[in-house]
Design a protein around this ligand. Structure first.
Ligand code: ATP
Ligand code: MG
Length: 286
C-alpha cells in the first residue's frame, strides 16, 4: 500500500486560506469538492483533513494526523506532545492582557487578586506564575472582550493583531506577552516513509517561502558602471551580465530581497542604472 502523509488543516477561519494557498504553491493538486472533510492530492502522497483548529494538536499528537498547521498559541494552549517542524510566517498575532481604559495600569502587580477572562488559561497561567502574580483566571471560549463590561472580569487576555477590537470594547492593551504565528507540527517520531514525504513537502515549503521575499531584478547599465552596480546586487552567486545591442551598455539581472529593494533602487539610480524592472519569483531553490 502506498504510504500517504495526512495533514490536518483548519477548515474555516484565519488559517485556512493561507494554508491552502501554501499547499497549492507547493504544487499539490487538491480538488476539493467544497464540503469534503478529507481530500487526497492527485499528484503527491498527501491527504488533507479539514478540522477546527482546536482539534488539530490532539489529532497530530495521537497520530490520527501525521502533521498539521495550527497557530502556535493553540498548540501551546492545548499542551499536547507534538513536534514543531517549521514556522510558517503567517497568521501573526500576539496574546495580550487588556484592562478597561479608565483604569491606570501600574505593572503586573496591578493584576494581583484580579479576575482575568481568557480562552488561553494555560498560557496565561504560565505567564502569571512567571511574574509571581496571583489572579483568578476564568476560561471563556469566545467574545472575551466584553467580560469587563458585563462585570464578569476585571481584565482580559486575548489574541490581538491590530488592537481595534480592544478599543471598540473600551479596553487598552497593557501587556503583550506572547507572540504567535502559524506553525507546522508533527506527531513525535514520525516513521521512515512518512518522514520522507514530510521532508519533500518541507523542501517545497521552504522554496516557496524564500521566493516570497525575493525579487528578480533586471536593469540596463553603462559598461563602465558594471562593477559598481554588481557590488550593490548580491544575487544568488553574482549578477548575470549580457551585452545590449547598443554599444557600451549591458543588461544586468540578479535576485534581491524585497526588504532591501527601495534602498538598493536609489543607489542603482545614482550609479547610472536605467530601465530597472523588478519581478516576482515563484519558486527559489538553492
Ligand atoms: P475554529 O473555528 O477553527 O476553532 P477559531 O475561531 O478558533 O477557528 P480563528 O479566529 O480562525 O480561530 O484563528 C485561528 C488562528 O489564527 C488563531 O489561533 C491565531 O493563531 C491566528 N489569529 C487569530 N486572530 C488573528 C488575527 N487577528 N490576525 C492574525 N492571526 C490571527
Ligand atoms: Mg478554534
Amino acid at each position: 500500500m502506498e504510504t500517504v502523509l495526512r495533514i490536518a488543516v483548519q477548515s474555516k477561519g484565519r488559517l485556512s486560506e493561507k494554508t491552502q494557498d501554501l499547499l497549492k504553491q507547493c504544487g499539490l493538486d487538491l480538488n476539493s469538492g467544497g464540503a469534503q472533510l478529507m481530500i487526497k492530492a492527485s499528484n503527491f502522497p498527501l491527504e488533507v483533513l479539514f478540522l477546527r483548529d482546536d482539534d488539530i494538536p490532539g489529532y497530530v499528537s495521537s497520530g490520527v494526523a501525521d502533521i498539521g498547521v495550527v497557530g502556535e498559541n493553540v498548540a501551546d494552549e492545548k499542551g499536547y506532545k507534538v513536534e514543531t517542524v517549521h514556522r510558517l510566517g503567517f497568521a501573526k498575532c500576539r496574546l495580550s492582557i487588556a484592562i478597561p481604559r479608565r483604569f491606570e495600569y501600574t505593572g503586573t502587580e496591578y493584576l494581583e487578586g484580579k479576575r482575568i477572562a481568557t480562552s488561553y488559561p494555560r498560557i496565561l497561567g504560565n505567564y502569571l506564575k512567571e511574574k509571581g502574580v496571583n489572579a483568578a483566571v476564568s476560561e471563556i471560549s469566545g467574545s472575551v472582550e466584553i467580560a469587563p463590561a458585563i462585570e464578569l472580569a476585571d481584565a482580559v487576555c486575548d489574541i490581538v493583531s491590530t488592537g481595534s477590537t480592544l478599543i471598540a470594547n473600551g479596553l487598552k492593551e497593557v501587556e503583550a506577552f506572547y507572540k504567535s504565528e502559524a506553525i507546522l507540527i508533527a506527531t513525535p517520531g514520525l516513521n521512515g516513509g512518512k518522514k520522507e514525504i514530510l521532508e519533500k513537502l518541507l523542501f517545497r515549503i521552504k522554496a516557496c517561502q524564500k521566493a516570497k521575499k525575493a525579487k528578480y531584478i533586471v536593469l540596463n547599465a553603462p559598461n563602465n558602471k558594471i562593477d559598481e552596480i554588481s557590488s550593490m546586487l548580491p544575487g544568488m552567486k553574482s549578477p548575470t551580465v549580457t551585452p545590449l545591442a547598443i554599444e557600451g551598455w549591458s543588461s544586468m539581472s540578479s535576485v534581491i530581497n524585497e526588504d532591501e529593494f527601495w534602498d538598493i533602487c536609489e543607489k542603482l539610480h545614482d550609479a547610472g542604472a536605467e530601465g530597472v524592472l523588478v519581478m516576482p519569483i515563484e519558486k527559489m531553490i538553492y
